[in-house]
Design a protein around this ligand. Sequence first.
Ligand code: SF4
Length: 510
Amino acid sequence: MKYNAILFTDISDYFLPMRVHGAYNIAAHLREHGYTVKIIDHQAWLWENHGKELVNLVESMIGAETIFIGFSSTFSRYFGEPFYMKPRNIKPGLKKKDCFPYMLELISRVYLMHPHVKLLLGGQGLQTVTFYEQFKDELDCWIRGLGEDSILTFVRNVEQGIENPPIISDAASPIFDFHNQRNVFDIEDNILQHEVLPLAISRGCSFRCKFCTYPLIGRNSSEEYIRSEESIYSELMYNYENFSTSSYMITDDTFNETTYKVERVLRAVERTGVDMNFWAYTRIELLHKFPEQIELLGQMGMKASFFGLESLYEPSAKAIGKGLGRDKTLDTLQHVKDSWGDTSSLHGSFIIGLPYETRETADEWTKMLIEGETALDTISCNFLGMTSDYIIKSGHTTKTFFSEFDLNKEKYGYKETPDGKWENKHWTWEEADLYAKDVLKSFAERRPYFTWIKSAQSSMACMNLKVTNPELTWEDIHKPINNDDEANEFESMINNSRDIILDMYKEKVL
Ligand code: SF4
């Protein structure tokens, strides 16, 4: 079959294959407007292991009606060695010659032999700028931000012979009817039975943390940003009936922004009659202020939460707009753990180098994390990231949006160093980086069979073990690991499942 659009996507080099929203969302929107779209997921693995077949497949799908081939880049690797989503693993100076050879062949063939087919880049990831710069001659457009409105503008311009600008940016996609969005994943997307899927209930965030670079922050909680109960129910039901999906990664910036939103999702879940598992970004202040949310979340099947706590030193947390205070934060976390049970997965994310934080204040609370004096199961700890003034001015970045800290460093006590990093009265960038790494190392060393695989988003990704072992439950997968045998068994289950899932997908798509 020939397609109007062909989209490549993946989360490259992840420990278990997972789906991401972006390309599927665009595909769903185009399909709703009458276009045919083929998605090719797990692209890095396919290019590296089945490149020739992939080139032939894509060639067979190109016809006179083909409008574009798109490359989604937010979580994808197109150049060089596996980077496992870590910026520092990416070798500097990657060039066109470092991209997958068969992909290079495909792009050259399309550019030379199918000039009516446009080449499109989407997203903002670790290799997006490299892709944009290395394929500047071949690419027709880079779409940034929320892409539903932009993609329709793009294809309609092509159809009418109107030239598109080289970059289209849109933080909000205001024409798209998000409130009544239809199901994102489709039968023809080759979703495997029991796969975990991402789910967006809302867009944007009603908070405005000073280090945050997300678009659409500080928005109100109006209905245009939140899906209707019917829309949520339809998607859950469609995915369950067609893919047996009952585990979801909720992608909302702050899932529990209002209690009525949580209640709406609970009603939709209850209507399906299916036991579901959810993971979400959850704001601790709101659980403290509206404690009834804790029970409601448990009832809907929330098993794992990511709490952006940033610092347990009150003046630092307050300085960024997160000031619940240490005691209330820890009490609320314990309340959540007691309510959701032992196998729930509570993840705290922290930042070293915030205003007012000194080594002494950080020592005090990081010791509590390391020694297990909180209800958190896993943590992440990073230095404060800031974009240099030079990069902001030059525009040599994939970022479209900058944080309050990025834009007003000096106001918050930071000075830019000649190499584009930062320092303040208490830390240099490097010191904060080393400190954060030490915290993580000590945290893992204190826990004999600790695995980062059960940490943060990965705790939900582990549910993809159900693709190869459908009988497994959340409790089976998240029970504690107590000895070497159990640790080895878990690791080999992950490795086997990864290979089987990729092969199953290949059989369906190629
Ligand atoms: S850090 Fe999270 S809560 Fe704060 S503004 Fe950004 S998305 Fe919202």
